[in-house]
Ligand binder design. Structure first.
Ligand SMILES: C[S@@+](CC[C@H](N)C(=O)[O-])C[C@H]1O[C@@H](n2cnc3c(N)ncnc32)[C@H](O)[C@@H]1O
Length: 307
């Protein structure tokens, strides 16, 4: 059993997200080929804001906290669409926080350099909306756990195993029928903190290990979603896909209503003949591979909106 962490990488090594093209960043450029694949070819932040408007009273919200805002593209769209917003941007990476300052120049924004876990509860409770986009997989994951660890956790003399065993008992998480499995302990702690702080509206998203492809796409796209968080090896760090049913259970435990879905809900694909060809042909042309990866992401990234 071991704990996978990315904090040192984000704090000390990361200079740009160029290595890991998030869905948000892949839609930032107006001329990007990914935008052309959408029914409504807009930026990620705009599509998400319009979607949240259908679920939340966005016009009445002022205090929003975004944790891990990357290049700041999402929040730049949010403040453009709603200039009343007063965001706080919390990021463990000094390099990315600097990019966020640039993207949000001239706006009334608070920037906080640090780990979300060190952000004080007294401040957290003051926000009306919390945003964690495409980053829960960066938070710690415990790997290679056994069913026996869960059953005998309290007697193992290991703080992390005790903590996991407590979580499984408290939330009645099913014990996977696998010799070894992984657990998103960091993402669970994030949802617990946000819910315990009573933030009225919460949006989180990440690469899911429980994603389902629509029948017509299954077989053409490469989706591994067996319910066990999977390692994604990236430059300088490893992150894990997220078991969203655990996060959903935690949120319901705290009395939140849960809306769960995938990015394609608010970024619907424009299924032209060209796009059908790109998905079905498995063509190796670079642009086609980028678009295929993007479409895959639209169905394998899940979100939760908690109210
Ligand atoms: C994969 S990037 C996602 C960036 C952006 N939200 C997007 O969708 O493009 C992960 C972000 O989370 C930040 N991050 C990772 N762990 C963090 C932590 N413990 N506390 C605060 N920020 C963190 C990273 O520095 C980075 O900005």
């Amino acid at each position: 059993m071991y704990l996978n962490c990315t904090d040192e990488y984000h704090r000390n090594e990361l200079e740009t997200l160029g290595w890991e093209l998030t869905v948000c960043n892949s839609l930032a450029d107006e001329k990007s080929s990914c935008r052309r694949a959408l029914k409504n070819p807009v930026s990620f932040g705009e599509a998400l804001y319009r979607f949240l408007e259908t679920l939340l009273p966005m016009k009445g919200i002022v205090r929003v906290i975004e944790v891990g805002g990357g290049h700041g593209n999402l929040m730049a769209d949010f403040v453009r669409l709603n200039p009343e917003l007063k965001p706080a941007m919390i990021d463990i990476s000094p390099a990315l926080l600097a990019l966020q300052r640039e993207a949000l120049q001239g706006r009334d924004v608070e920037f906080v350099h640090g780990d979300f876990y060190d952000f004080p509860d007294e401040k957290l409770i003051s926000y009306e909306l919390a945003i964690f986009n495409e980053n829960l997989g960066d938070f710690p994951a415990v790997c290679d756990i056994t069913a026996s660890d869960i059953a005998h956790g309290a007697t193992r003399g290991n703080r992390i195993i005790e903590e996991i065993a407590r979580d499984f008992a408290k939330y009645n998480f099913p014990v996977p029928d696998l010799p070894y499995f992984n657990y998103n302990i960091g993402a669970v702690r994030v949802i617990e903190r946000l819910c315990a702080a009573g933030i009225p509206y919460i949006y989180v998203s990440e690469h899911s290990c429980e994603a389902r492809l629509p029948d017509e796409l299954a077989g053409f796209l490469n989706v591994c979603a067996d319910g066990n968080p999977r390692a994604i090896r990236l430059y300088g760090h490893v992150e894990y896909t997220v078991r969203f049913s655990h996060l959903e259970t935690v949120a319901r435990h705290y009395g939140y209503a849960v809306r769960r879905g995938c990015f394609a809900d608010f970024l619907p694909v424009k299924w032209t003949d060209e796009l059908h060809f790109i998905v079905h042909s498995k063509s190796a042309k670079e642009e086609h591979e980028i678009i295929r990866q993007f479409i895959e992401d639209l169905y394998t990234y899940e979100y939760l909106v908690l109210t």
